[in-house]
Design a protein around this ligand. Sequence first.
Ligand code: NAD
Length: 257
Amino acid sequence: MTTERTERVIVSGATSGIGRAIAIRLASRAAVVGVMGRREEAAREVAAQVEELGCKAEVLQADVSQPSAVEDAIGAFVAKYGGIDTVVSSAGIALTGLVNDFGLDAWDQMISTNLSGTFYLAKYTLPELIKTRGTFTAISSDAGTQGAQEFAAYCATKHGVNGLIKAMALDYGASGVRCNAVCPGFVETPMADQLLDGMSTEEVDYYKKSVPLGRFARPEEVANVVAHLSSTEAAYSHGMIYALDGGATSGYYSAPA
Ligand code: NAD
């Protein structure tokens, strides 16, 4: 017996890393995945992979820091597919540095992409999610629940995302819209590669050793958690700040020698 696919999904930051893995994971069950990204060519490549899994794909070219671009992309998707069931906010950037050295433009870029980008996606999809009793999942970070040296701006944005999700859970629970944040530690993606490349061997070693499971995550492991949280199997999971970090934020930890 084949079940008809009905789920309409939008994933931001779907052209790379975690967002790409989520788009592909959800394509195995969805009717259509909106592949939202700034880079049209990269979005087309992911869309082709989505379609290989028997799912429609819609390229939604948008810079999430631009509210009108997000609104227009969502409007076009809804006009074509009639609604939205599942939204995942994965678009993000990580600029590092000490507060006293951090450029004002860099700060604005961090806030407008990571925090406002999540807000715009929520703002323009919630009217549809209320109609479908859908789900909104934000890819936050372990830097959303604790500090990290020289990651002040990033930490501020991800703490903001977690606050946004908690408040949305209170505001939209009665409407049946489940809102959750997933907080990974390091995940093997281009973002992490770039961050780790800029660190000393000792620092990279420190981060690796601080994970009780002894390794960083793979993007597919984040996608599996998002697939669960956005499914009916997680019908009671709401307002969660889901630590997905191999135990790294469980407490002080020193790896066995
Ligand atoms: P990545 O760099 O591989 O992918 C990020 C994606 O976001 C890219 O597709 C990029 O084009 C897109 N993006 C960036 N700015 C955008 C904008 N203004 N408009 C639209 N798209 C934009 O990084 P990733 O590791 O896959 O990161 C995905 C999310 O996971 C981010 O929110 C990041 O903060 C979070 N995260 C990553 C890690 C990690 O170690 N990789 C850990 C915790 C949380």
